[in-house]
Design a binder for this molecule. Structure first.
Ligand code: SAH
Length: 496
């Protein structure tokens, strides 16, 4: 019912506002730009529909603005919380205003959640203060695209005036237009020696800053996305992302470990690009879905279908030939993520568990589930992973229901996909936080793919690695994420 135009910030998920993160965790649909970093998208609720409407310069698929507006209007009419996730700030050179007007014209409610614009986030991440006492007391944000496109009389006049001023100029969308930018500003009277800082992929682990001058800008190679800062402040060099101890390093962590999220965050904070290697995958049921199909043909035997994960939802819908088969059933979801996975398939859960505070999804759902009472069909259909945990089925049975647990999919060892193998090829190190992480890595990628540096969380994991023929470079001094990062910095880090 509401479309939230959310600013994603320049890249680092830590620069997304708390309001933005909270909405991402609730939205059933997230419509995002290409520039939004995977780490920000990872904050979307599990099972949410993610739609990439990124505009591409390389001739790839790109959605037209009118199509984006239509998508937002449609999703906004059908769903309670829709997020339109835009790079930086929605209203800074990002067409957020047009989207707001289109929603307003269609009578769909919207709200704007500002973000850290690349115009300010990129210079800051490179250690360039856009204003500085006695150096610059004004800053102007400009679109290089407008200048490239030939520019109107207004554009020409603005660049002339600003070129002649002493304000710091921050040029977005200027990579392809840098020759014109330089030419226009020199013509307006800025000295050729004016410092310029070009910040590529700001606030990401791949940030790279080039320092040059206005006279040299045209001949300086620049890869998009880049923010170009022109003015005396660009000659200042305060601490930035590139000064973090693991900046420029790629580190692999296996995803299966419970701690993967926390360890990945600690590594990211130290500046590393983290690659999460999946060691488990889902596969179809051993019977090819026959049991689930048979159960669905007997839908009248059930009064509830209970889904415990987004994977279970996917398995259920893979076998559901006709959505009306669910027509007479009530539907329960173990948690909000599972409910979101249902919602994007057009099913609103009648009951949603709320895991948390030490309670897992199964216990949370059982806690809310009604006791079976009275006549009528008494069955609960429970599509689940083969060999899945028995708590949920047991808990529902204890409430008086006849539970039919059907093996709907399997969790199997994963094999690294080509993208993952390419990331391993580039990786500088791998961190193992448990013996099972070592086994998971070998299963998914093989010993031949080990990065040059191997760090473990402690002696047990080191011993397990040694048994599997892996030489460990360094071990954490204490068994926690911070010590793993410190051990890695000891091996790979730059001296400040
Ligand atoms: N609304 C966005 C700007 C969209 S225009 C904002 O407020 O940031 C896209 C331009 O933003 C890019 O061409 C580039 O100039 C800049 N940009 C976006 N992300 C960037 C990043 N991570 N590093 C450097 N520049 C970035």
């Amino acid at each position: 019912m509401t479309v939230y135009l959310v600013g994603a910030g320049p890249g680092d998920p830590g620069l997304l506002t708390r309001r933005g993160a909270e909405l991402l965790a609730r939205a059933t649909t997230v419509v995002h730009d290409r520039l939004v970093e995977p780490g920000v998208l990872a904050l979307a609720r599990p099972g949410a529909r993610l739609v990439d409407v990124g505009k591409r310069g390389d001739g790839g698929p790109s959605a037209r603005q009118a199509d984006i507006n239509r998508l937002l209007v449609e999703a906004g009419r059908d769903e309670a919380v829709v997020v339109r996730l835009k790079g930086g700030d929605p209203f800074v050179l990002g067409r957020g205003g047009e989207e707001a007007l289109a929603l307003s014209a269609a009578g769909v409610a919207y709200e704007v959640v500002p973000g850290v614009s690349a115009a300010f986030g990129a210079p800051a991440a490179a250690g360039v203060p856009v204003t500085h006492r006695l150096v610059a007391s004004a800053v102007v944000v400009l679109s290089g695209h407008d200048l490239e496109a030939g520019g109107s009389a207004e554009t020409e006049r603005d660049w002339g005036l600003l070129g002649a001023s002493s304000a710091t100029l921050v040029v977005l969308m200027g990579a392809g237009a840098r020759e014109r930018v330089a030419e226009r500003l020199l013509r307006a009277g800025r000295p050729a020696a004016t410092p310029v800082a070009v910040v590529e992929r700001a606030s990401t682990p791949r940030q790279a800053t080039t320092r040059t001058t206005l006279g040299e800008l045209a001949a300086t190679p620049v890869a998009s996305p880049a923010t170009i800062v022109v003015g005396a402040v660009a000659g200042l060099r305060l601490a930035g992302y590139e000064d973090r101890p693991l900046a420029g390093r790629t580190v692999v962590v296996t995803r299966a470990a419970d701690q993967a999220g926390a360890l990945a965050a600690a590594l990211g904070e130290a500046g590393a690009a983290v690659h999460l290697l999946a060691t488990r995958a889902t596969a179809g049921a051993a019977d090819g879905g026959a049991a689930l199909r048979a159960a669905l043909r007997r839908a009248a035997d059930f009064s509830w279908v209970v889904v415990a994960s987004p994977n279970a939802v996917a398995a259920l819908f893979a076998e559901l030939r006709d959505a009306r088969a669910l027509g007479g059933l009530q539907v329960a979801a173990a948690g909000p993520g599972t409910a979101a996975a249902l919602a994007v398939r057009g099913v609103r859960a009648d009951l949603v568990g709320e895991p948390g505070e030490g309670r897992g999804a199964a216990a949370a759902l059982v806690g809310r589930f009604p006791r079976h009472a009275g006549p009528g069909p008494v069955g609960v259909l429970l599509p689940r992973a083969a060999g899945g945990r028995p708590e949920l089925a047991g808990g529902l049975a204890a409430l008086g229901w006849r539970v039919e647990a059907v093996d709907a999919y399997r969790s199997v060892p994963a094999t690294a996909d080509p993208a993952s193998l390419a990331a391993l090829e580039r990786a500088d190190a791998v961190c193992f936080a448990s013996p099972s992480a070592v086994e998971g890595f070998l299963g998914a990628a093989g010993a031949g793919r080990l990065p040059p540096v191997v760090v473990t969380i402690g002696p047990t994991t080191t011993a397990a690695a040694a048994r599997l023929g892996i030489a460990v470079t360094a071990e954490a001094a204490t068994p926690d994420d911070g010590a793993v990062v410190a051990a890695l910095v000891g091996v790979l880090g730059r001296v400040p």
